[in-house]
Ligand binder design. Structure first.
Ligand code: ADP
Ligand code: GLC
Length: 487
């Protein structure tokens, strides 16, 4: 079986958040079962880490797509590294020669170009896969293109769509698609890309939900929430209409890459059988970030600083944690200027505090050290399709404190309030989106850390020993692909 993943991120080549981890982890896990998997990404010139640039092999398959009545040539590069087989699509011009993966004013056109080129490549002889697996709006044009134009004499390609974040749907002007020679008349007015909430614009994600053979979100609970709790962000109607081809599959993490026994980015290796060594990473973290040496739990936040992640509750949680005698480490990047300013002000206010450090950046190495060195991690999301930081934290013996929502609710079992056996309890949950609720949950966790460290270690141990690897979810995706192919 040949599967092609098409998306905007794949770690370690391009990562902004969990989408990068997801495509990396699922592709590696499927490849390990013998599936032929390829990942299609844009070639982000200037962002691809240097060691990988020298490993690019030019591919002898030029793809040309229409743009404004002329032909736009796209070079394709192959990158085989880190257990991944990627094809990087490189349209002529500066479309992907930008300082960021996302956030450019012409993102709609940039990713429409990428998806159009991916579609053209995957129709070339020898390139047709059995399954095209698309992710989020950046590749969401593909299911519609495959639906609109079938290649005569070829077996149909089956298309899956995974929804990682409904906040971004790819709302673009039909004129943008028309510039790319897309048959807008078939897709709009009325057609699958029509969005009653955005008349006159094309909604790529909506079209993809309509046209894909299977659609899923990344946890069962979020799949239910988007249908029934107002979290569908305008897409609940189209999802309900297609509920027979819709489901939730819980994400995994790559437990070979996220492993405190071997992680090259942390100073002291440890595992569930040598948990006491974890404290030495805490000391290293304090030294690196200038926190004073103290017998206090370290609360971490590692997050995109975005409204989704509960900006107010993160800021309130920092104050609560300090008031409760914890130390606090935050690592986060805020794409929105107003949110960035609020965290910069907080960092300023805490500049002389020996118990807090806010690092407002994206830093993969520091993230690993924080997972290894912290005692608890706070994830107070407003909504969370799955969430990987709580899974990674658990693998590193760091106890998650999370809002009971989406994938957080599917993966964290409360230490005190649960009907599940003690051996399955791994963290703390809270419900209300209030700073009081965050304060209460921090109080429960800090109390256990201080007064019953052996019980706290039990939570760490339960998290570390649980299987959150990709094997099980990859087997579910494989079953899904087989079902679609009638195999
Ligand atoms: P999302 O995809 O919504 O951002 P996830 O929890 O699924 O949330 O995944 C976040 C991923 O991004 C994790 O691998 C986390 O370690 C990483 N991450 C988030 N912010 C940063 C940062 N500032 N520096 C390094 N890694 C980060
Ligand atoms: C998205 C979601 C996050 C999920 C990740 C990977 O970015 O916000 O919850 O874990 O995708 O699926």
């Amino acid at each position: 079986m040949r599967v092609v993943m098409v998306g905007a991120e794949c770690a370690p080549f391009a990562k902004v958040g969990g989408l990068g981890d997801f495509i990396q982890g699922l592709a590696r896990a499927l490849a390990a079962t013998g599936v032929e998997v390829q990942v299609l990404l844009p070639y982000y010139r200037g962002l691809l880490p240097e060691p990988f640039v020298s490993r690019l092999e030019p591919l002898d398959v030029a793809v040309s797509i229409p743009l404004d009545g002329a032909a736009l040539e796209c070079t394709c590069w192959r990158l085989r590294a880190e257990g991944l087989d990627c094809v990087l699509i490189d349209p002529a011009g500066d479309w992907f020669r930008r300082p960021h993966v996302y956030g450019e004013p012409d993102d709609g056109l940039r990713f429409a170009l990428f998806a159009r080129a991916a579609d053209a490549l995957l129709r070339r002889p020898g390139w047709r896969p059995d399954i095209i697996h698309c992710h989020d709006w950046q590749s969401a044009q593909l299911p519609a293109l495959q639906w609109a134009v079938t290649d005569a004499g070829e077996p149909p390609v089956r298309v899956c769509l995974t929804l990682h974040n409904l906040a971004h749907q790819g709302l673009i002007e039909p004129a943008v698609l028309a510039r790319l020679g897309v048959d807008v008349g078939t897709l709009l007015g009325p057609g699958p890309l029509d969005d009653p909430a955005a008349p006159g614009r094309a909604n790529l994600l909506r079209g993809a939900i309509h046209c894909a053979d299977f659609v899923n979100t990344v946890s069962p609970r979020y799949a239910w929430e988007v249908l029934h709790t107002g979290q569908g962000m305008g897409l609940q109607g189209v999802l309900q209409a297609h509920v027979d081809k819709f489901g939730g599959i819980l994400n995994g993490i790559d437990d070979a890459l996220w492993d405190p026994r071997t992680d090259p980015l942390i100073p002291v290796h440890y595992g569930p059988d040598s948990l006491s060594l974890k404290a030495r990473n805490g000391e290293a973290l304090r030294r690196r970030l200038g926190l004073r040496a103290r017998a206090a739990p370290i609360l971490a936040v590692v997050s995109r600083l975005d409204a989704q992640k509960g900006v107010e509750l993160i800021l309130g949680g920092i104050d609560s944690a300090l008031a409760l005698g914890c130390q606090v480490v935050l690592l986060g990047a805020a794409p929105d200027a107003a949110v960035a300013a609020r965290f910069a002000a907080k960092r300023e206010a805490l500049a002389d505090c020996p118990d807090a450090h806010l690092e407002l950046a994206f830093d993969e190495g520091l993230a690993h050290l924080i997972y290894a060195g912290a005692d608890m991690i706070l994830v107070p999301s407003r909504y969370e399709p799955c969430g990987l930081t709580q899974l990674i934290a658990m693998r590193y013996g760091t106890v998650p404190l999370v809002r009971r929502v989406g994938g957080l609710a599917d993966t964290v079992v409360d230490a005190n309030h649960s009907d599940r056996p003690v051996g399955e309890r791994n963290g703390y949950l809270f419900e209300a989106q209030t700073t009081e609720a965050v304060h209460a949950v921090l109080g429960r966790a800090a109390w256990l850390w201080r007064h019953h460290p052996d019980h706290f270690d039990r939570l760490r141990d339960n998290g570390m020993r649980a299987d959150h690897g990709w094997r099980r979810p990859a087997a579910r995706y494989l079953d899904l692909y087989r079902g679609l192919l009638g195999a």
